[in-house]
Design a protein. Structure first.
Length: 296
């Protein structure tokens, strides 16, 4: 009887630990907060790490080796008791088929991440109501990571997760915090999820699929054909250029992909549309012109 009970507990532990979707590195940098009690930052870092990595975010069955590698880096710039001013860097990658390379999918910086936190406050998300900017923001980006990752494997495959991110945004709007509001010209959380789910801007998500599934995943087996697919997918971003305020999705894409593209085209290629690609890059992403000058 005792052995049966132990086996039950063992399998309960094992199966409860299977299925979590994320392998997230959470880092809280408090170097700018001199003389402050540093223990609270360590407590929060541990709590967020456990919450993100131990929560089952979707109904998908995920093997441990299929978990998404991602990172959230919180840089705290000021503190007033339990009120914190910070920035948040969100990054994620996805593996490239038949290689050890992980392609960046998201590399986004949120400059307006202000939150309240008392040490040992529970980290819990209620999808039906707003509780705190800390939890809503973290959950919002968790679902953005999940949604965009799924989009790279199946055309519009991340729709359910992006809808969950949208729900987190809608609930958080009642806070009155500007990052959740529809502010003309403001590149914030509202604009990010609004653009990602916009029917007029679906070319962005198709680009994610074509670029990764048809392009990157075939680099090993057929480099020339794969690079042609990459070129075609990036060129398709021209169709959404100037359709979104400040071209936010264009910026999001190249914040993640500019270095990768330079690495792909730093050597001579046999593709026919490389010069056409270079012209388009200079037009739709001029901030990265120093990088585009490295194309061979």
């Amino acid at each position: 009887m005792r052995k049966t009970a132990l086996l039950f507990l063992f399998f309960l532990f094992v199966f409860n630990g299977i299925g979590q979707e994320l392998n997230c590195l959470v880092t809280i940098n408090s170097d700018q907060i001199a003389g402050s009690n540093q223990q609270v930052f360590g407590t929060l870092q541990k709590a967020l790490t456990e919450y993100i990595n131990q929560t089952k975010w979707t109904n998908k069955t995920v093997k441990s080796e299929e978990r998404i590698d991602c990172a959230m880096t919180i840089i705290v710039t000021s503190r007033n008791d339990n009120n914190f001013t910070a920035t948040l860097q969100v990054q994620s990658t996805r593996p490239v088929y038949n290689s050890s390379y992980a392609a960046p999918v998201l590399n986004l910086k949120d400059n307006e991440f202000n939150f309240k936190y008392n040490e040992f406050d529970p980290i819990f998300y209620n999808k039906n109501q707003y509780d705190s900017n800390l939890i809503s923001t973290v959950v919002f980006y968790v679902y953005v990571i999940l949604g965009l990752d799924a989009d790279t494997f199946a055309l519009y495959g991340g729709e359910p997760e992006l809808k969950e991110a949208q729900n987190a945004m809608l609930q958080a709007q009642q806070s009155g915090i500007a990052s959740w509001q529809n502010v003309v010209g403001k590149q914030n959380r509202f604009l990010l999820i609004d653009n990602l789910l916009s029917s007029k801007l679906k070319a962005y998500r198709k680009t994610l699929y074509d670029y990764h599934r048809k392009g990157m995943d075939n680099l090993i087996s057929s480099k020339v054909i794969a690079q042609q697919q990459i070129e075609d997918s990036v060129l398709s971003l021209e169709s959404i250029f100037n359709k979104s305020v400040g071209n936010y999705l264009i910026r999001v894409f190249f914040d993640a992909k500019s270095e990768e593209l330079v690495n792909l085209y730093s050597e001579p290629t046999e593709t026919k549309r490389k010069q056409r690609l270079l012209q388009a890059l200079k037009r739709i992403s001029p901030n990265n012109n120093p990088s585009w000058s490295k194309f061979n």
